[in-house]
Every structure is written in structure tokens, then in C-alpha cells.
Ligand binder design. Structure first.
Ligand SMILES: C[S@@+](CC[C@H](N)C(=O)[O-])C[C@H]1O[C@@H](n2cnc3c(N)ncnc32)[C@H](O)[C@@H]1O
Length: 283
């Protein structure tokens, strides 16, 4: 019913216009969050036997190849599984991108939310196709870092807890929107950027901050020649809209090159809505 949908969006716009600036000004929330470790014995016991064995085998390979021991010993089972899913996806995307990643590598993640997957992202950038650890510098830019969660802790506080164990001088979450930084990054991730206004409003952002094409162009312009832009979307409709947006990029001589597009299937974590991946390389 489009009438009700439109009315709902109007209410969201009014709410977000008031409470987004308030949380940006007040920075409420408790600090000192730490996660309690949970057993990883039954990560995939919900799967039928053959798929369970395959998922457990992949888990062991990823843990060894990407040095996930610390995460394995200091995470909830659900968060560990979700990191495995992201890592598996990142691995396939990087393989599809083809060329090796440079070292040192400057990377950005636009819109990390509470960065529950930062361990996977960090591990992929440091260890994908790298016999020796790659030198990585990673910055997350989150425009709504002061949103409060049910435990009265901010999104930023949750992100900091997920960063536990990673080198603070090389990986950080900045509580600010992403801005154009010409030619600075070798790798930029946009994992579930808002493509449709309704999702942006449901997540609590003011309408004035919705400009997905400008954000995409800023990300593209911030890549070095040869740099990789990785985008993940949920659902076919969003994926197709994102691909159309990419084809409109003003990319000059380094034309926006979608190197690969695929739907990611995995038993490592279950999502109701299918995930689609786009990998682009700056010319
Ligand atoms: C759908 S969430 C995706 C969260 C996360 N990347 C994931 O994989 O689940 C989109 C995030 O982007 C953030 N965001 C939206 N516009 C942004 C901008 N211009 N700069 C930085 N973050 C932004 C939102 O606040 C939100 O946390």
C-alpha cells in the first residue's frame, strides 16, 4: 500500500530530523563494553550432516589461513559465524578482482555501523593471498556513530569492542561521514550502502544526508589508480539499482569497471535476503 508507506516515511523524516542532530550533539552512552566468549563447538549443528562437515572444514581453513585464533577465543558464537561469512565473501571478491593487493595498503570502509565484521575485514586485507602479513591501514567512517543500542551503549562503543585485539595505530572507526579524498585508498568497502531512501530513513538518518550517487562518486574518486571498490547489496532490486548507479560514474580515463558481480551463497551464516557482490577496479 504505497499511501501507508509514504505516510510512514513522512513520520520517519520528522523523527530523524529531530533525533539525529540530538545524538550527534549529546554523545550519550556507557563505555567499557567487552564481549564474553562462547563455545565454538556447535557452530553448524543446525545443518544437515554433509553441509555441516563442509562448513566446519571451511571454518578450520579460514581460522588457520587468516589467523583468527584471537577472534575464535574472544567472541560470541553468532558473531564468529558472521565474521566467517564476511571473510568467505571477501575472499571470493578479492579472488575475482584478480590482481594481488599491494603492501602497504590503505583501506576504508564506508558505513561500518558497529563494525561487527571488522575482524574479518582486517584478516582478509592482511592475509588474502599473502604469505607474509600485508601492512594495512584501515579506517571506518560511520556517519551515525552515536546511535544508542538497547544496552545504552553507542554504535561507536560497540565498534570499539569489536576492534579489541587489533592494532589501534592501524585500524580505527571515525565518527563522521565519508568525504572525498582524491587518490588516497587502494581498497574501499561499501557493505550495504543505502540505495533506497526508505532504508536510509528506517536506519534513522535525516533525508538531507541521502545522496547515494554522490557518496559513490566520492568513494570512486578516493581510489588510487588500480584501487578496488567492493560493494555488497541485499536483494536483486537493490543490486540492479546499484549497478545502474555505477554505470553513471564520472570516471574519466579510469572508467568504472565492474570486474565481477555475483550472488554469494554460503552456509557459514544465514540471511533471509540474498547478498550480491560488485567488484570494481579503478583504471
Ligand atoms: C545498512 S548499514 C551497513 C552496515 C554494515 N556495513 C554492514 O555490513 O552491515 C549502512 C551504514 O552506513 C552508514 N552511512 C550512511 N551514509 C554514510 C556516509 N555518508 N558516510 C559514512 N557512513 C554512512 C549508516 O549510518 C549505516 O551505519
Amino acid at each position: 500500500m504505497p499511501g501507508i508507506g509514504r505516510f510512514f516515511d513522512i513520520l520517519l523524516k520528522l523523527r530523524n530530523q529531530v533525533d539525529y542532530p540530538l545524538r550527534q550533539a549529546l554523545h550519550l552512552g556507557r563505555s567499557g563494553l567487552r564481549f564474553t566468549n562462547e563455545s565454538k563447538q556447535d557452530l553448524y549443528s543446525h545443518l544437515p550432516p554433509a553441509r555441516r562437515r563442509a562448513a566446519e572444514k571451511t571454518e578450520r581453513r579460514l581460522r588457520q589461513q587468516y589467523h583468527l585464533e584471537a577472534l575464535y577465543q574472544h567472541s560470541t558464537a553468532d558473531n564468529y559465524r558472521e565474521n566467517l561469512y564476511y571473510l568467505d565473501l571477501l575472499e571470493k571478491a578479492l579472488q575475482a578482482a584478480g590482481d594481488p593487493l599491494p603492501s602497504p595498503l590503505a583501506a576504508a570502509d564506508i558505513g561500518p555501523s558497529h563494525w561487527f565484521y571488522v575482524q574479518a575485514l582486517w584478516a582478509a586485507l592482511c592475509w588474502w593471498d599473502a604469505p607474509q602479513e600485508r601492512q594495512v591501514d584501515l579506517t571506518g567512517y560511520e556517519v551515525d556513530a552515536y546511535r544508542l543500542y538497547a544496552d545504552f551503549r553507542s554504535r561507536l562503543e560497540h565498534a570499539r569492542a569489536h576492534l579489541e585485539g587489533l592494532p589501534g595505530s592501524k585500524v580505527r572507526c571515525l565518527p563522521q561521514g565519508f568525504s572525498r579524498q582524491p587518490g588516497r585508498f587502494d581498497f574501499i568497502a561499501m557493505l550495504f550502502p543505502f540505495v533506497f531512501l526508505h532504508d536510509h530513513l528506517v536506519w534513522g538518518l535525516p533525508q538531507g544526508l541521502f545522496d547515494p550517487f554522490s557518496l559513490l562518486q566520492d568513494a570512486w574518486d578516493s581510489l588510487k589508480p588500480g584501487g578496488v571498490l567492493l560493494i555488497i547489496n541485499q536483494g536483486q532490486e537493490e543490486h540492479e539499482a546499484q549497478a545502474r548507479m555505477l554505470s553513471r560514474l564520472e570516471s574519466g580515463p579510469g572508467a568504472a569497471l565492474v570486474q565481477t558481480a555475483f550472488q554469494h551463497h554460503s552456509d557459514l551464516y544465514h540471511y533471509d535476503i540474498p547478498r550480491f557482490v560488485l567488484v570494481c577496479r579503478h583504471g
